[in-house]
Each structure stands twice: as structure tokens, then as C-alpha cells.
Design a protein around this ligand. Sequence first.
Ligand code: PEP
Ligand code: MN
Length: 361
Amino acid sequence: MSQSPQERLQALRAQVDSINLQILDLLTQRARTVQEIDKVHQDMGHEFYDPQREAQMLNALEMANKGPFSNETIKALFREIFRASLAMTEQAGRAKILVHRRTPEQRTIITMPDGVTKIGDGSFQLIAGPCAVESHEQMEEAAAALAQRGVKIIRGMAYKPRTSPYEFQGLGEPGLKIARQVADKYGMAVTSEIMDASQIPMFMDYADIFWVGARNMQNSFLLRALGKVDKPIILKRGLAATLEEFLYAAEYIVSSGNPNVILIERGIRTFEKWTRNTLDIGGVTVLKLESHLPVIVDISHSAGRRDIAKPLARVAKASGADGLMVEVHPNPPVAMSDAKQQLSIPEFHALMDEISDVEMA
Ligand code: PEP
Ligand code: MN
């Protein structure tokens, strides 16, 4: 007895259902095999993604294709499978990254040498001071004002990576000495930018926190060397670094043995001209979600202008960041660097008043 069209339709649909399950089974088998391949690649120390291999597979599929799907359709379908496999192995790789947050509670808390000041413990810390150390008097005046407002970490660069080689390059070691003396007087920790791994032994005598500037964020040799240092490291985001690149830079330090890394968002380069950089406040919240490391917002380099310091500081505090970096100079108009963005002492006091009522996220 011949089948009715209704019965025939039902039978064919059952066949499709069964083929779907077979395809699913094959996809699962394929994914497991890809995971095995990924393991072998890791043992061999390779990158997993191999574009040549992808081209070979597509070629072989095109040769084997007998229709009714066009070669283009087959290739598009398989490319989707390749993409899913790559995403799967990348996700597994990310789970192994040390700076990645594993649980919502996980946080890195960094304690200063005074044993009391902490970054990343839920408090809002300030890292303030002049862009560069220029003289003892300048650091002394700045530090006295910072101390009045309870600032515990003073900044001041002794080595300046300037855009032009003809601009002020910093006082060098004598600058670090000044910063150390002034900080000791006021019971503060010192941070200053380190330019090269060869400076590590010298910096050990003066700095409590080593800092890597934006221009050095991807200097992996320096980052690895700082992984061996027993002091916290400030890592500033590169001028045009993605958040992923930023976290990988931190990973260099942490995977080399130093877990105490503080991330600083200092604005990124965009097409905007009315601010020196663009403060990526969304990036700050993403970093806090993705990583357990503390995140500080540098409102000075993000803006390049002092007249928007207050709103940026309010936004930073409300964003869930662990603190603020801000440049403060006793006489900004004559500063040797970043004159347009450094706050005068009265402006610094006004900023502190302004943020006192802002609730942290
Ligand atoms: C600075 O903090 O003074 C500085 C030069 O910062 P960045 O490396 O972020 O440009
Ligand atoms: Mn500066």
C-alpha cells in the first residue's frame, strides 16, 4: 500500500530530525577533537589559530562538495563552525589568565609600606603630586597640601619620556632622592615612573611603587623584569591599547611572579581634540568586572586640562574605581611639563571638597 502525502511528509521529517541529531553528534565529536588539538598546540607552545589550515580545510570541502548546496554556502557554513571552535578554545584560554576575575568577590588588595594604606580594599585612594619632580621646594609645597587632605601616595617623575628630545627630561636620580625625602617627612609612599629594567636596583632605594608609563605598557621585557620585583607596580594603559592588550600587559607582570599590579586608565587617543585623550570610563567598569586588580583613574592625562577635573573626579569615584591619580603643582603655569593640566593647590583642595560627598559604586 502506497503512503499518503501526509505519511510521506511525516517520514521525511523524522529523517531530518534524525540527521540533525547525527550532525549534532558530529559537531560534538569535532569540538572534542579541536580541544585535543588545542592541548597538543599548548604542549608545543604554539598559537592555536592557523589561517593556512583553515584555507586547506575549505579547499578540501569545496572539492568534495557534490551539491545541492553551492560551494559558497558550504564554505559559509563551515566558516561558522571554525569560528565557534576558535571562540571555544579562546574562552578556555582566557579562563587560565591570572589577572582574570574568577568570582565576584575576588580582589587584589595592595598594602603600602605603612601597613595601613590599602588600594583595592573598597577605599578610594589618591595618588597625587606634580607631573615631574622639579625641586625640593616644589615637592615640599605639594606634599604639605596633600598631607592636609590625608593623601598617602605621592607621585613625581624623575625620568620623563617626552615627545620631543629637546624638552625637559627629568632630574634623574636626584629627583627620586627629593621625592623620597619629602615623602618620608609626611609619612607617604612614593611612586615614580621606571623607564628601563636596568633602573630597578636604583629605584629600589627610592620608590615604594614602581610605575610603568603609557608609552612602555607593551615593553614586555620591562614588564617581565618587574614581575621579579617585590614592590607593587602601577601599569598605565597604553595610548591606544585595547582593554585586552592592557590586561595582557598586566599578565606579563603577574605571571612573572608579582601579583601586586594597579591598573591606571589614563585616557586613550581618539579623534577628539578638545581633550588631550578620551577618558574611557566604560573601560574602567569593564576592567573591574573582568579583572580582580585595582583600577585607578588618572583624570589629568585623560583630560589634558584642569577645568574639567572636578566632574571627571566625581565620575571616577562613582564608577567603581579604586582611586584617583591627579597632578598637583604649587605653581602650574611655570611647571616644566603638563602645565595645562596640573592643579594648583587651591584647585586641589576644591577638588577634594567636590568629591567628598560622592558615593563609591
Ligand atoms: C604622567 O603620569 O605624568 C604620564 C606621563 O603619564 P602617561 O604615561 O599616562 O602619559
Ligand atoms: Mn604628566
